[in-house]
Design a protein around this ligand. Structure first.
Ligand code: OKS
Ligand code: ZN
Length: 343
């Protein structure tokens, strides 16, 4: 299995985040990717590739032009306004406020194009986020060219980012961009299975009214956990997409025994839908020692997860999402890939 990763992805290097109502050290840090990369090489999962630059067109198929312009021009606007260091949004166009017309002040723009204060933007965020998306696109290209599986070592992650807002450490929705690119290349049906601990609200929102990209997510109950405002069991898609989104919110403390019941239900949907490509939004934050999460996967459970996904028998693109127990992140991630290859 080929892995795709660019060192440019390491240049987004946030120092702090607002989390649990406090300013805290950032957890979505470059060493996450370095740990995974070194474990990929140590356990000989396959060759490491650097991504091809796909340009702006595949990003525009998922994100709005004004959102991409905002991300791309952010640093020059921010420093041009006399600001220094990484930036946090702090005011949002919630109920009864107007998202349009788009503000001109940088603080208004930050709020217009985000949904939380936990996701700092810095000088290199755009470069790193586009490199991360290009890793997903390059890995998708390997599937188009006949590979049975590929791993996009994406970081920054993507599944919380929607068409026109960032949040949850995500700026560009790597899995959605890869899914849409595959559709545009002629892949008829794509399914995205999101196994990150957190609900993939951005991916769900992007495909909510579509039947050509199924979205399935197993995650911590949003009544108890971030992102709080999406990911309930009654969200099943709308219009043409009715019945093509399914969510399994699970309680804090969920272990493999309980998790695998939801996974079997998700696998039944996948068998019925029979996608031409399966994209796995691969969060490793279901791990029992994850510092911000409350599920109880042990390392062997990641092997089991990979083996179960292999049994679906579909061309599979793994796109990395969350996971913050940095010392164990590489081995847990590679366990999924090894479980898949051996399964
Ligand atoms: C944590 C608040 C922010 C959580 C962001 C979740 C990022 C993630 N107290 N998404 O999958 O891992
Ligand atoms: Zn997560």
């Amino acid at each position: 299995m080929k892995t795709v990763f660019s060192p440019v992805q390491l240049t987004h290097d946030p120092k702090m985040e607002i989390s649990d109502g406090k300013l805290k050290p950032a957890v979505e840090i470059p060493s996450r990717a370095e740990m995974v990369r070194s474990e990929i090489l140590a356990r000989k999962i396959g060759p490491l590739w650097t991504p091809q630059d796909f340009g702006r067109a595949p990003l525009e198929r998922v994100h709005t032009g004004e959102y991409l312009d905002f991300l791309e021009s952010f640093w020059s606007r921010w420093t041009g306004a006399g600001r220094q260091g990484e930036a946090f949004p702090f005011v949002w166009p919630v109920r009864q406020l107007r998202a349009a017309p788009t503000p001109s002040h940088i603080d208004g723009l930050l709020g217009r194009f985000s949904f939380d204060a936990g996701t700092p933007l810095g000088e290199h965020t755009w470069a790193a986020a586009t490199a991360s998306a290009n890793s997903a696109l390059t890995a998708a290209r390997f599937l188009r060219e006949g590979d049975r599986s590929a791993f996009a070592l994406c970081r920054p992650p993507g599944h919380h980012a929607a068409a026109d807002y960032f949040g949850g450490y995500c700026f560009l929705n790597n899995a959605a961009i890869a899914a849409q690119w595959l559709r545009d290349q002629g892949t008829a049906r794509v399914a995205i299975l999101d196994v990150d601990y957190h609900h993939g609200n951005g991916t769900q929102a992007i495909f909510y009214e579509r039947a050509d990209v199924m979205f399935l997510s197993i995650h911590a109950d949003p009544k108890e956990e971030y992102p709080y405002f999406l990911g309930h069991a009654d969200e099943t898609g709308e219009k043409a997409g009715k019945g093509f989104t399914h969510n399994w919110p699970l309680p804090p403390g969920t272990d493999w025994t309980r998790y695998s019941e939801a996974l079997e239900e998700a696998c039944r949907w996948l068998t019925v839908y029979s996608p031409d490509v399966l994209i796995v939004s691969l969060g490793l934050d279901t791990y029992e020692n994850d510092p911000i999460s409350q599920f109880r996967f042990v390392p062997e459970d990641f092997l089991r997860l990979g083996a179960r996904l292999a049994r679906l028998g579909k061309p599979t693109l793994f796109v990395m999402e969350g996971g913050y127990a940095v010392d164990a992140l590489g081995s847990n991630c590679v366990n999924v890939l090894e479980g898949f290859l051996g399964g």
